[in-house]
Design a protein around this ligand. Structure first.
Ligand SMILES: N[C@@H](CCC(=O)N[C@@H](CS)C(=O)NCC(=O)O)C(=O)O
Length: 256
């Protein structure tokens, strides 16, 4: 009890609390009433995924961050998640959760009412599930490890291992055959895939000009009203603490 009160008063120190318009409504889904959800957020980071998801579903949430101040936003995360203070950290009822993919799956399974994921027995479901996991399991780690390698010393030949460029090429080829990472319909997989594809392009870890289908898909998802609402609430100004951009996007050409 004391702990809860202390936490609550600490949170009131943070200026940028935002509430979804639907917050007053009871949240129900397949799994019944949703417990209170607080999204601990860093602007421009992966926590945007959860805000976007909740906006797509019209579910209530409390958004916790200090505008333009990564240190203060991080302090709020650390207060409830001191060992792995990561964004997103989500308070779901009395549980503290990390891993954006798992949080998205949880919300969809329990409160999505069948929205934003293909039917389990459909041909699209395996694709949806693969991209849900590919985003953080394969793509993001390669983007960030290649970024670190190129910042330290640009390699002179292509690694025989699967690199960022090949990881994006795989996505490009899928989008040549399907409109969304969820298959025929927009799904949670599209929400998962945007962050690494955005970061990789912005930081010049791959050359966006080589991937026109990814570029067209990105324009389509960013035009969604729920995405725009997320931007207005969760990224209201300049993104603080951006990493330095690589001078030139490495390009080895398509992996055969
Ligand atoms: N796989 C995790 C990654 C979370 C993560 O690393 N988030 C970054 C922000 S985009 C973070 O909190 N970095 C702070 C740090 O690693 O200290 C997820 O998808 O939620």
């Amino acid at each position: 009890m004391t702990h809860t009160l202390a936490r609550r008063s600490a949170l009131t120190l943070f200026g940028a609390l935002a509430f979804a318009p639907a917050a007053a409504r009871a949240a129900t889904g397949k799994g019944g009433a949703m417990p209170p959800v607080t999204i601990y957020h860093l602007e421009g980071r992966r926590s945007e995924r959860i805000v976007w998801l909740m906006e797509e579903l019209g579910l209530p949430y409390r958004l916790e961050f200090k505008r333009g101040d990564l240190g203060a936003s991080m302090a709020a995360i650390r207060a409830i998640n001191p060992i792995v203070p990561m964004a997103p950290t989500v308070q779901y009822g009395d549980q503290v959760l990390v891993e954006s993919g798992a949080i998205i799956e949880l919300i969809l399974e329990r409160h999505g009412g069948g929205r934003l994921q293909p039917a389990k027995d459909s041909a699209d479901y395996p694709h949806h599930l693969m991209w849900m996991h590919y985003a953080e399991g394969s793509l993001a780690p390669r983007i960030f490890s290649d970024y670190r390698a190129w910042m330290a010393a640009p390699p002179t030949r292509r690694s025989p291992l699967v690199d960022s460029e090949a990881s994006v090429q795989f996505a490009e080829e899928f989008l040549g055959k399907h409109p969304w990472f969820g298959g025929a319909e927009f799904s949670g997989a599209d929400i998962m895939m945007l962050f690494p594809l955005n970061v990789g392009g912005v930081l010049n870890i791959f050359d966006t000009a080589q991937f026109p289908k990814v570029a067209a898909w990105k324009a389509k998802v960013e035009a969604r009203p729920a995405y725009q609402r997320m931007v207005a609430k969760a990224r209201p100004g300049v993104i603080p603490g951006n990493l330095p951009v690589l001078p030139k996007a490495p390009s080895w050409g398509p992996r055969k």
